[in-house]
Design a protein around this ligand. Structure first.
Ligand code: CS2
Length: 490
């Protein structure tokens, strides 16, 4: 039996009979996109779109320079360095076999903790026309409730005190744009690719707030030299498992230290508001729109909320993956009713056909048994997700005196989730930057249910709304008395 081939530029040619490999000349690729946050999601989504553009439509001007800024990301830095930026994308459909592709659009890589100045220089280079971001919900340092930039956050405060040795994205961007201005260069586009409502507007507000704190007189240049398109990004991308690495080795003879698995569905909608001429992404299926709001709401409140709901309820039941929970008809019935009665009525009525289509595709996507998307990935850092994915539904429904039963039930289940034991009696791990607070409040809620709702940074003043409290308290009582499955079957 042949030995697997180690994935790098030298060996990639030899793989072309087994899988799809880049056919464009990587030496001719120019870098004009700097992407901060080379997550699995980025590698399955934006880097994939760029790869396709280079393969099929000659977009060789838009190579990606990957950048990571957190110590925790050292592993991907080492892997991409070793593999010359190449990695394998394994696309899994619910009906078909795997499509395996070597992606070649990331042509450079920088790691902030090792050399912050090199990162700043790269961001400031005149060739860079787009700085895109996938820094997750917590990378924006937002107050969960007001949605405003949290200047008191210790890492942000540290950057404000010490602007020449930044740790946050905003600290880096500030230094890079200062350099650009001092060199007589223009600014560029900042394109957020995170699951946040109005992600472009949000990053703009956060960044301008940050700059205002350090050097307010720089703001006028910045305002004239940057644009921040809002975008909606969508492709389910689980964490890579050791089984995925082994399958590549055994079935395709590829030795890739960190491949990415994703579903075949993919979607990217962007507001057409770029500082320079932009890539012709529409050739690769990207949709450009004037206003993102409707698409944003639909995705965050159906898909991401759906994930969170299956994550919380499924974990309480003892399930481990999204597809296990989604293939349980009781859970799926609960979710469909949540969507139909509590989310869809507050989405734009004129676009109802799009919503219906998105919903039914979504159900198939959640059920895809070949995507092992762990419920722990979904539930990690829920304190930054629930306010974006679930609470807007509570607010919208309450403001119209509409049904809130399922959403109140979900919040009650979320409280129970921090008891840390499922209905089979098995303990599970909770991971959240404020897990101490969540666990303490969940424990206190056994005596006084409202205690959990008093986490102001998550719930704002929801703890004073009598209509919500009545339902939440009742459901929390049920969930603590019975199993989650019994409760949702009622
Ligand atoms: C998930 C998302 O993190 C989450 O909670 O809902 O990562 C989701 O898989 C993507 O947004 C899909 O587009």
């Amino acid at each position: 039996m042949q030995n697997p081939v180690y994935l790098n530029i030298e060996n990639v040619e030899s793989l072309k009979n087994r899988v799809s490999t880049p056919t464009f000349d990587r030496d001719k690729v120019m870098t004009s996109i700097a992407h901060i946050g080379v997550s699995n999601f980025h590698r399955a989504h934006q880097a994939y779109y760029m790869h396709e553009l280079m393969e099929k439509h000659g977009g060789l001007n838009y190579g990606i320079c990957g950048i990571d800024l957190l110590d925790a990301d050292r592993k991907i830095y080492n892997v991409l360095k070793d593999q010359d930026g190449l990695y394998t994308l394994i696309v899994k459909d619910a009906n078909e076999s795997d499509h395996v592709k070597i992606i070649g659009s990331i042509v450079e890589y920088f790691f902030g903790p090792e050399n912050p100045m090199a990162v700043i220089e790269r961001l400031a280079h005149p060739d860079i026309e787009i700085i895109s971001l996938t820094i997750a919900e917590d990378g924006y340092h937002l107050n969960e409730i007001t949605g405003e930039f949290d200047q008191e956050n210790p890492v942000v405060a540290e950057d404000v005190k010490n602007p020449f040795y930044p740790k946050t994205v905003f600290g880096y961007l500030f230094q890079a744009f200062k350099l650009r201005k001092s060199r007589g260069l223009t600014g560029c586009t900042i394109l957020s690719c995170d699951n946040i409502k109005g992600n472009g507007d949000t990053v703009k507000e956060s960044f301008f707030n940050y700059v205002n704190k350090i050097e307010p007189e720089f703001l006028s240049w910045l305002k004239e030299n940057t644009t921040f398109p809002n975008s909606m990004v969508d492709r389910i991308t689980p964490l890579t498992r050791s089984e995925d690495i082994d399958t590549l080795k055994n079935n395709f003879l590829i030795d890739d230290q960190w491949p990415v698995v994703c579903e075949s569905f993919t979607n990217w909608i962007i507001e057409d508001n770029f500082f320079h001429e932009r890539p012709q992404w529409e050739k690769g299926g990207v949709q450009f729109v004037e206003h993102i709001e409707f698409y944003d709401k639909m995705k965050l409140q159906l898909l991401n909320a759906g994930h969170t709901i299956l994550g919380i309820l499924g974990t309480l039941q003892g399930y481990k993956t999204v597809s296990e929970a989604a293939n349980d008809e009781d859970f799926m019935y609960f979710l469909k009713t949540y969507m139909d009665e509590e989310v869809i009525p507050v989405l734009d009525k004129a676009e109802v056909h799009l919503v219906e289509k998105y919903k039914s595709t979504l159900i198939t996507r959640f059920k895809n048994p070949f995507i092992y998307d762990s419920l722990s990935r979904i539930c990690d850092e829920s304190s930054t997700k629930v306010p974006i994915f679930i609470l807007p539904t509570v607010k919208a429904q309450l403001s119209k005196d509409k049904v809130i039963d399922r959403v109140a039930f979900v919040i009650a289940a979320w409280c129970k989730y921090y008891d840390g034991v499922d209905d089979q009696g098995k303990a599970y791990k909770v991971s959240d930057s404020i897990s101490n607070v969540l666990i303490r409040r969940a424990t206190q809620s056994q005596q006084d249910p409202i205690k959990f709702l008093e986490i102001e940074s998550v719930f704002g003043d929801l703890n004073t709304n009598p209509v919500f409290i009545e339902k939440y308290v009742r459901y929390l009582h049920h969930i603590r008395e019975r199993t989650i499955k019994d409760c949702i079957k009622d």
